[in-house]
Design a protein around this ligand. Structure first.
Ligand SMILES: Cc1ncc(COP(=O)(O)O)c(C=O)c1O
Length: 436
């Protein structure tokens, strides 16, 4: 057997995607024009799948700070903080993160993926229990592989099911660490945080929340779902990333639990990889300092998200359960999903194609992430293109005849008057054997 034979099913899936035109994994942007536009295949394309929630990648102050740090401190640290020591910027950014979250301690990691590996994989060890949501991000699943703790999944966003799992562990020694996300990255749905906290408190468990998609996006000062829900004091650990609203790269862990510093000497993803370069640290610091005051950007982001969600829902697409800066069209036919993604790309709109097993319940997702930097004209064009191509592919109904009612959606998600749902469209696809 040849070394790559085990990837045959991956190759087959990739070939299927390629047979429709482009493949998401081999796209190459020829020019990045702005946070919302790039040139792809010689064509000006709207970017609607980059997680650039606040449009920070082109923020003038962030760029200037990054350039100055590059000139003053060089291109990289060339080693880990354990081996090569910290730069002033690393420590300053950790202090600023701790202050931002109102927590005692913060630790930097080189990516958000590594923050989850380094936090979760270290906090729960042999004899402990990790209780993770069934729709957890790949970094959380991989962190479980790194930990020696027993891993138990509970149903997605289901505090009752979590309580049942914790009840069974009630008389077992060992720490119980519950892991949830604020906004889930595939469908954009939020965690029922207050209910989750009530359960973890009842059973004396600890709670870690990954605020990757909510930092800068939710809460009066952009601290995320914990701030929005007013539950900061009940959270034991928060992980997050600089790769979305902060507009650069890097990850972090913050906590009020005394003694977090020891994790630096036990966490392999912290110890055995190079630390963030000075330019990235300077950029992240500049962006983080802006986030508490970015109220207008947050308002614009949510206005854009509402416009996209309502526009797509109104034309008949089956979407994730709530308005959020992640809007996902749910499809059960893989070939039509790939065709829709390609059709949009050819028309100048870039979205994410997300396929099982990385998606919940085996959905094929056309996932969009919205930015405060999008104009309402860009969002309107995105709705128009999705509608036109969705109709051509038979994914949504064609325009209704005179007299028929049109679905109107308000942001709370209540239908004012509804057309008959298409049973094929709303049918849940089968759950795949394994999720990422
Ligand atoms: C929920 C969640 N956690 C962690 C990460 C990893 O972040 P990073 O890109 O910084 O590695 C992501 C990235 O998509 C994510 O969606």
């Amino acid at each position: 057997m040849a070394i790559f034979d085990k990837f045959q099913s991956l190759t087959d899936n990739h070939d299927l995607v390629k047979s429709f035109g482009q493949s998401p994994s081999s796209l190459q942007f020829e020019e990045i024009i702005s946070p919302t536009e790039a040139v792809l295949n010689g064509r000006r394309t709207i970017l609607l799948g980059t997680n650039n929630y606040l449009g920070m990648t082109f923020d003038e102050t962030c760029i200037e700070k990054g350039v100055a740090a590059l000139r003053e401190e060089g291109t990289g640290t060339t080693g880990s903080r354990i081996a090569n020591g910290s730069y002033n910027g690393h420590k300053a950014l950790e202090n600023e993160l701790a202050e931002f979250y109102g927590m005692k301690e913060a630790m930097l990691f080189s990516t958000g993926y590594m923050a989850n590996l380094g936090a979760i994989g270290t906090l729960a060890g042999r004899g402990d229990y990790l209780l993770i949501d069934a729709d957890s991000h790949a970094s959380i699943h991989d962190a479980c592989k790194l930990s020696d703790a027993e891993v138990i999944r509970f149903r997605h966003n289901d505090p009752v099911n979590l309580a049942k799992k914790l009840e069974r562990l009630a008389d077992k020694p060992g720490e119980k660490l519950v892991i949830i996300e604020s906004i889930y990255s595939m469908l954009g749905d939020t965690s029922p945080l207050k209910e989750m906290i009530a359960v973890k408190k009842k059973y004396g468990a600890s709670l870690l929340i990954d605020e990757a998609h909510s930092l800068g996006v939710m809460g009066a000062t952009g601290r995320g779902l914990c701030e929005l829900a007013g539950v900061g004091d009940d959270i034991d650990f928060i992980t997050g990333t600089f790769s979305k609203s902060v507009g650069t790269i890097g990850g972090f862990l913050v906590s009020n639990v005394p003694g977090l510093d020891i994790v630096r000497l036990a966490s392999r993803p912290y110890m055995f990889t190079a630390s963030l370069p000075p330019s990235v640290v300077a950029t992240a610091r500049a962006a983080l300092s802006k986030i508490p005051h970015a109220t207008e950007l947050r308002t614009k982001l949510w206005d854009n998200a509402t416009q996209l969600y309502a526009g797509l829902k109104n034309t008949g697409f089956d979407l994730g359960p709530q308005v959020s800066p992640i809007v996902a069209i749910r499809l059960s036919d893989p070939q039509k999903a790939v065709a829709l993604w390609n059709g949009l790309l050819d028309a100048g709109l870039y979205t994410n194609l997300a396929l099982p097993p990385a998606t919940p319940l085996g959905w094929y997702l056309l996932r969009s992430s919205i930015s405060a930097a999008h104009t309402s004209q860009q969002i309107a064009l995105a709705v128009e293109l999705c509608t036109r191509i969705g109709r051509e592919l038979g994914l949504i109904p064609c325009p209704l005849k005179t007299g028929a009612s049109v679905e109107m959606m308000n942001v709370g998600g209540t239908r004012k008057s509804a057309t008959k749902p298409d049973s094929k469209r709303t049918a849940e696809p089968k759950k795949p054997a394994a999720q990422a």
